[in-house]
Design a protein around this ligand. Sequence first.
Ligand SMILES: *Cc1c(COP(=O)(O)O)cnc(C)c1O
Length: 430
Amino acid sequence: MNTITQTGLQQRDRAVNWHPYTQMKTADDIIPVVKGEGAYLYDLEGKKYLDVVSSWWVTLHGHAHPYIAQKVFEQLTTLEQVIFAGFTHEPAIQLSENLLKLLPDNQGKVFYSDNGSTAVEVALKMCIQYTYNQGKKKNKILAFKNAYHGDTFGAMSVSGKSYWTRPFENMLFEVVFIDTPHAGNLEDLKRQIENIADEVACFIYEPLVQGAAGMLMYQARDLDELMKYCRAQGILMIQDEVFTGFGRTGKLFAARYLSEQPDIMCFSKGLTGGTMPMGITTCSEQVYEAFWSDDRHKTLFHGHSFTANPLACAAALASMELLLKEETQMNIKQITRQHSVFVKTLELHPKVENARHIGTILAFDFKTGYGTSYFNEVGKKLYNEFLQRGMIMRPLGNVIYLVPPYCITSEELDYVYRNITEVLDQFKEQ
Ligand SMILES: *Cc1c(COP(=O)(O)O)cnc(C)c1O
């Protein structure tokens, strides 16, 4: 009989699996995980890890949540999948109804897909075809420098240029990149937009937090002003809430910090509480109406095999039910409160720059004192140091951040803060 060992699994994994964002040749040992419970993941040898990054920002209520599991199981034994062209099902109807109730009131229709990147692809296609269906031709798209909207080609095109996108650069479509707004550059941004406004189909942005760029944050009032200007210029707005949605920023959606309303919104990640892959693109009735026609050419010809998969819908319904509970909302407030205190302590540390937080997201820049080539090594060192202390943290370059699941207790959060401080102190002398 074969006994399964950690090293055995690691060898088998290396033989067959190619991991995301991983240079397989130089990668450290990849850890086989056998169980998840609450804020913890367990490896084969029983070592537990506090999941401080919510497994790439998706887990909301903790791992293997029994309520979500129960709802998915019930759905699995009733209806697991059905073609969503020509057919529908109650979980998709209920989920759309429930979600729309929580969104800005101009959002009227829900389009399903599988993940964050596809939610963005759908949004871009809606905007481009919106103008096409009206007999106009608008070829330009506006996006922020440092943006991240996913890894498929359309999503890569509207993401900031980096060494991630470099091999594909001449295959990506044209996008005009602008700085994120602040009080000092708004007039300049408006001038830049004014010059090309007639040709711009849409403006896509991550509201308030640019996640993958390193948790870069900017102000709601500045985004509001930019949105107001885009609206006046007839530019459609795509608000990518794939990361910020479902409570991360302390409110249900980043949209709740804004008075302006986007035309289109994208969701994924926390949508199902991090249990099942699913993407959603919502749009206003105004966008929808541009496709509403007796002319079949005006159809949105887009769909995925697993569009509105009933299991994912059941998971999303259960997760949103948990999210709206008083207890969860209290936890989000508690995390926010603790973060706001820890940020003040961090600011005083000599190895820390730009300590910042919004809601449950906290980030700071680790001061290396070395050139940029050193950054990656530092990131890796920190990653391993945190791992040894039983915490999963994945610094983005020299940016250290926390995006914990909402079930994390204040003791567990204090444990994380204490360990961050100790690790920073270790590096103080270097
Ligand atoms: C992660 C992310 C995406 C892409 O989602 P995937 O499910 O990984 O394809 C898109 N937009 C934002 C803002 C994200 O953070």
